[in-house]
Write a protein that binds this ligand. Structure first.
Ligand SMILES: Cc1cc2nc3c(=O)[nH]c(=O)nc-3n(C[C@H](O)[C@H](O)[C@H](O)COP(=O)(O)OP(=O)(O)OC[C@H]3O[C@@H](n4cnc5c(N)ncnc54)[C@H](O)[C@@H]3O)c2cc1C
Length: 492
């Protein structure tokens, strides 16, 4: 795949993460996004990055330390109330709990964009059309007149993807719930009642009659909230309201939430920003498609789901990391896409079904059932166990058996190799290798042996999926070798 031209459409968390992991592995990539720059629009509120998905992706991207410097572990706190303001349940994370650490969406996007080589993201490029040129190649035309050709087109362009129609006719469907976004700055000083309700993390209040108020603390004393209700997609038009008319939207919501506690109504009456209508859409789930050469999707473009459970961004990033890994490790673009889609489609479909069902239940009209309140501690324990299991199945370093054809017969060596960057590290028969490089599938490293006699040699090999072939050069000799990946259960 040395000369593969890869174009990722969409510089959201999924597309940026994918590009970062590709670059760490020495693979060239270009990312195209409609926005003029990473901060061109309000990126949205806070996101929890889960240990078993978003944080795994960040580890592959080599960005865990940067993430931790920005993240808010205390933001995992949760309070559940009813419409009367009665506290039904609460969760305060232990100091060392990092199972679902929060970060502002804008900070995450800025961090990922800054991690890429300069010029990787072509801002101000809105994909207009993708025309097939045969054999998986495509010509991409952008709204600004730019035209590029690509061997692999990755649709990371979110809910209303322009790339998705190349693979599936599916379109997002309104799920019967609209979130109206509200925001508050300097909450501790200017909105102490809201600050108290939201605490360090999240407040969820619902009335079991299709209405909810959600508050989420962001960094810098900012709270983002959603006044959410089960309603028609065109609720504003039906009520004769112009969504840009703040007073009219406020009046409508005050009427809708008239039987709620006065303690919760400041989320409507004290909103400092626009009331931003966010109707919740989801793709039919589980969504699958027949593999096509030279094109794939990740994140919302592949499996847009309701925000319940906060899986969307986590799966987008894990998709991005896994696609990049597959591209780095498989011998053809096709085999990489097939390996990636097999896992991604099954996982996305399962999570989408769960998230969509959970939101339906949250906004259902029914008797209060304590069992409906999620057990956050159990969820965190599950995420940490799942993260450990993921790393067991997808270790950062994998073991290879190298077979050297020496004049006295075959000799086997165990090579433990971490190829997650272009400068691989590891050991050969327990002795650290040196000067590792990996470019376009070509691996090079220096190794030292102590037995049967001290020797230093340079290995040059070409990696092809689960095998490698190469030669070891010492001052007076050159020996060919082959290698097989043996780490059990590993797909890396
Ligand atoms: C109200 C709400 C709350 C949410 N809360 C959470 C949460 O708490 N936790 C969570 O995990 N998820 C949450 N989500 C979901 C989350 O926002 C998405 O799952 C996540 O952003 C998906 O990432 P992505 O990279 O796939 O796509 P996106 O973040 O949508 O990025 C797509 C990118 O593609 C670009 N683009 C689009 N079309 C084109 C084009 N034609 N040409 C070029 N570029 C294009 C866009 O500019 C954008 O930058 C929430 C969603 C909503 C609506």
């Amino acid at each position: 795949m040395a000369k593969t031209r890869i174009a990722i459409i969409g510089a959201g968390p999924g597309g940026l993460l994918c590009a970062r992991v590709l670059q760490r592995r020495g693979i060239e990539v270009a990312v195209y996004d409609t926005d003029a720059d990473p901060y061109a629009r309000d990126a949205g509120g806070t996101l929890d990055l889960k240990a078993d998905s978003g944080q795994i992706a960040l580890e592959d991207a080599g960005l865990l330390a940067e993430f931790r410097a920005l993240a808010r572990p205390e933001g995992q706190a949760k309070t559940r109330l009813d419409q009367h303001g009665t506290v039904l349940a609460g969760f305060v994370p232990e100091e060392q709990d990092e199972a679902a650490t929060e970060i502002d969406r804008g900070q995450l996007r800025g961090m990922l964009a800054a991690s890429l080589a300069p010029g990787t993201v072509r801002w101000g490029h809105k994909l207009h059309t993708a025309t097939s040129l045969g054999a998986g190649r495509r010509r991409l035309e952008f709204g600004n007149g730019a035209v590029v050709e690509t061997d692999l087109l990755v649709g990371a362009d979110g809910a209303w993807s322009r790339v998705r129609p190349l693979l599936s006719p599916a379109t997002p469907v309104y799920r019967g719930v609209s979130f109206v976004e509200v925001r508050f700055d300097e909450v501790d000083r200017r909105h102490p009642r809201i600050a108290k309700l939201v605490g360090d993390g999240h407040m969820f209040a619902n009335d079991n009659a299709g209405r909810a108020i959600i508050g989420q603390r962001n960094s810098n004393g900012h709270v983002r909230g959603y006044v959410a209700l089960r309603t028609d997609l065109d609720w504003a038009a039906k009520a004769g309201i112009d969504l840009a008319d703040r007073a009219a939207v406020q009046g409508f919501l005050c009427d809708e939430f008239a039987d709620w506690s006065a303690d919760l109504l400041p989320f409507i009456t004290d909103n400092e920003g626009e009331f931003v209508n966010r109707p919740i859409h989801a793709l039919p789930a589980p969504l699958t498609w027949t593999h096509r050469p030279g094109v794939t999707l990740l994140g919302d473009a592949a499996h847009l789901m309701t925000p319940w459970g906060g899986f969307g961004v986590n799966l987008a990033m894990l998709d991005g990391a896994e696609l990049a890994r597959a591209l780095a490790e498989e011998s053809t673009v096709d085999s990489a896409i097939q390996r990636y889609e097999k896992v991604m489609l099954a996982r996305g479909g399962e999570h989408a079904l769960g998230a969509n069902d959970a939101m339906d239940r949250f906004f259902a009209t029914k008797e209060f059932d304590p069992a409906d309140i999620p057990d956050t501690l159990a969820e965190h324990q599950h995420a940490l166990a799942a993260a450990a299991e993921y790393r067991r199945r997808h270790p950062v370093a994998v073991t290879w058996v190298l077979r050297f054809r020496t004049p006295s017969g075959e000799r086997k060596f165990a090579l433990v190799l971490d190829t997650s960057t272009t400068e691989p590290t590891g050991t050969l028969d327990g002795v650290p290798i040196e000067n590792g490089t990996l470019r376009d599938g070509a691996l090079r490293f220096t190794a030292r042996l102590t037995a049967p006699f001290p020797m230093r040699f340079t290995c040059i090999a070409s990696l092809d999926g689960d095998t490698m072939t190469g030669s070891a050069k010492a001052p007076m000799m050159s020996i060919v070798f082959t290698g097989d990946r043996v780490t059990q259960g590993s797909t890396r």
